[in-house]
Design a binder for this molecule. Structure first.
Ligand code: ATP
Ligand code: MG
Length: 299
């Protein structure tokens, strides 16, 4: 297939989203080998090219139609969208779906000795961030004025280095903040990775491929969120047992050899089966309980 007919997907080259992005595409049946030195990885079984770039570049590449799809943190996507609206550059794309990785939050944090009451405590102060647009939008909504200190990295050391009074940075566990003598005061944006498509019209063959990938991603994510459950149950508590299985409306009930008082239940549950529920099940006489991961789901 000629270059232009191949679907181009931008993913982060190296960082927190890289491994999960590649794993997701591989689990959708896209085969490729990455050469660390190369920007592009060609899939050998589908007309797809992967562009491995800095995550900051992904939204722009998709919005300009340079690539057809991208996997990116919602925080970076929205930051770029606001920036481009301001500069009157193409700022639209289609968010196909949120993904189940890259969860983090953009938060305000201040030094431990700072007496923080609410965002108004930051009035007139300097805030270091790599997300000036998301911060500005939040503070404007609250009617608070502050001074910017734009840093691409090492935001968490800015207050100690005397560069700012507070920071607005990504947090997942809070360990980095703690290690730098800071505490989180307010979440301004919740983020996850997402998959986006260029809003430019696609030729039918490419659109069909995008739809196929999206449907496979839906199957992979659904499978990850579901479990296959097998157990033996006394017929007299069958109804109570089925009611305890989360999201398993229509389980398969099968007879057991040489045991008319018990049956086997096979069910797909939309949630994990937690220890507490398993203990409840055994109290109702269930035995041989197996909870298994599901790899793929369709239909
Ligand atoms: P690049 O070199 O590609 O520009 P980066 O240093 O900007 O990489 P990473 O630190 O790899 O970016 O983070 C990429 C994305 O991972 C973030 O924009 C965010 O969406 C997500 N993420 C999840 N957890 C965290 C976290 N604890 N800190 C930072 N980012 C996180
Ligand atoms: Mg980056």
């Amino acid at each position: 297939m000629p270059e232009s007919k191949r679907l181009r997907i931008a993913i982060q080259k190296s960082g927190r989203l890289s491994i999960e992005s590649m794993k997701l595409l591989k689990s959708c049946g896209v085969k490729f080998t990455v050469n660390e030195q190369r920007l592009i990885a060609h899939s050998d079984n589908m007309p797809i090219d992967l562009l491995r770039v800095r995550d900051d570049d992904i939204p722009g590449l998709v919005m300009d139609g340079v690539v057809d799809m991208g996997i990116i943190g919602e925080n970076v996507l929205e930051e770029e969208q606001i920036e481009r609206e301001r500069l009157d550059k193409p700022s639209t794309c289609i968010k196909l779906r949120e993904l189940d990785f890259g969860a983090c939050r953009l938060s305000l944090a201040v030094p431990n000795e700072f007496n923080y009451e609410d965002a108004a405590s930051l009035e007139g102060l300097r805030i270091a961030t790599s997300y000036p647009n998301l911060l500005r939008r939040y503070m404007q909504r609250k009617g608070i004025t502050y001074n910017d200190c734009m840093l691409k990295g090492s935001v968490e050391v800015a207050p100690r280095a005397g560069l700012s009074d507070a920071i607005c940075d990504l947090v997942s566990t809070g360990a980095t903040l703690e290690a730098n003598g800071l505490y989180e005061t307010e979440v301004i944006y919740q983020s996850k990775a997402c998959i986006i498509q260029s809003s430019q019209p696609q030729e039918p063959a490419k659109q069909a491929l995008i739809d196929k990938i999206l449907s496979r991603i839906n199957g992979v994510v659904r499978a990850k969120e579901s479990k296959y459950i097998l157990l033996h149950a006394p017929t007299e508590t069958l109804e109570q047992i089925v009611a305890l299985l989360p999201g398993a409306e229509n389980p398969t009930v099968l007879p057991l050899n040489d045991d008319t008082n018990r049956v086997a239940i096979h069910a797909v549950s939309t949630e994990d089966l937690f220890w507490d529920t398993m203990e409840e099940l055994t109290k109702l006489g269930a035995s041989s309980i197996l909870v298994m991961p599901i790899e793929k789901m369709m239909g």
